[in-house]
Design a protein around this ligand. Sequence first.
Ligand SMILES: Cc1cc2nc3c(=O)[nH]c(=O)nc-3n(C[C@H](O)[C@H](O)[C@H](O)COP(=O)(O)O)c2cc1C
Ligand code: SF4
Length: 446
Amino acid sequence: MSSMYTKPHLVLPKIPHLDQIDVYVAHGGYEQMRKALRMAPDDVINEVKKSGLRGRGGAGFPTGLKWSFMPKGEMIKYLAVNGDESEPASFKDRQIFEYNPHQLIEGILIAGYAMGATVAYLYIRGEYHKWIRLMEKALSDAYARGFVGEKMKQTFNTNFSMDIYIHKGAGAYICGEETALMSSLEGDRAYPRVKPPFPAQRGLWGKPTTINNVETLAHVPAILALGADNYATIGAPGHVGTILYGISGHVKKPGVYEAETGTLLTDLIYQDIYAGGVRGDKKVKAVIPGGSSMPVLRGDEIDGVKMDEEFLKTIGTHIGTGGIVVMDEDTDIVKVTLRIAHFYHHESCGQCTPCREGCGWMEKMLKRIHSGDATVRDLDTLLSVASNIEGNTICALGDAAAWPVKAFLTKFRDEFEARVKPSRTFVPVNVVHGVRHQAQKFELVL
Ligand SMILES: Cc1cc2nc3c(=O)[nH]c(=O)nc-3n(C[C@H](O)[C@H](O)[C@H](O)COP(=O)(O)O)c2cc1C
Ligand code: SF4
């Protein structure tokens, strides 16, 4: 038996056929669950706290701390595993489903034991048919081998057992928001809920629940195998470990690359072991560092940028899901902003006015800007609408919609200004009892 973890390949070790249970077990798979069971549950939580692991679902919340919020003692508690992965430019969790599903299952079991949760729901994006099938196969193999469910009591000689259910997502980005995910699991429309109460206080069916991302949980067996102290030395201080960076856009080799946190953005874009440079060796105009909702960087801002949350925060953006989008010098920035705004408008659940109305308003204005029918004043209105959505909604989809618009507009103001007119000629239309009356054409100077 050999340890499978050599940095930076902690979540996707470079072992052929690791998705097969025999191969996973032959490399020490499910041994970390055995190790966890020899520890007290709180010690497992402390180990994860000490490792410094932060959530990989977007917000970067410290994982051990989140687990410690769960109430202690015998009661029904749940773990919800977030595999909805519907943000544009995020496509890394599916790599785990495909290439290392048992490490995810083992991470779920360890998390369940640490928090006293005996049931886990693995919520996978509904459109991920292939990956749902692969996870179902891996889970049924794990059940058959006695690593999951009632039989694990004998396998691991323990009183603890856990059941894991795979749930197909309801086909909307909002289903990935943790409280919406709970509503969806309960069979309702995926409406986010106001917090507090937080899920650890009142989660699925009113019971204490923790929600973790797929990649977050896949790190847990590696932490136990390496030891928290060792794990904490990997990557950038303050945001340790490795990340599955999904690199897309105008690069030569788009794909998912596991690298340490704090890796230089330019290395990820240009090095041959990663994306291998920009197609046609063109210049970079813009880079989104962490999924479509994260504020963009201009091409002239990317030198020296380290890909970890603490560094990115200092330059006004975030690591998000680690989905990097590279845009070359020929990119139409206005069109990109419009496309992103269209997505968020389409995905707004409509509960809060600033998000429901604001996202539609932003998209409308961007359409006008894109078609050359807007004025300079529209740019300021657009910025003001985005600013009024931000921070004023039930869930973070509002922020996710506002941030990219604000960042693109601020950083590429010249490109937006080149598309608008100083004033607009328009024809006000009165609709009276269904009859359209056209008023006299006049020039409005703004
Ligand atoms: C609109 C929206 C969509 C989200 N989608 C996902 C998702 O698909 N997967 C995910 O892990 N987290 C997603 N999140 C973040 C979750 O709400 C939550 O923070 C995360 O699952 C917690 O896991 P972690 O602590 O392991 O990162 C989303 C958040 C928002 C606001
Ligand atoms: S912010 Fe948007 S998506 Fe989130 S609850 Fe409000 S309306 Fe729904």
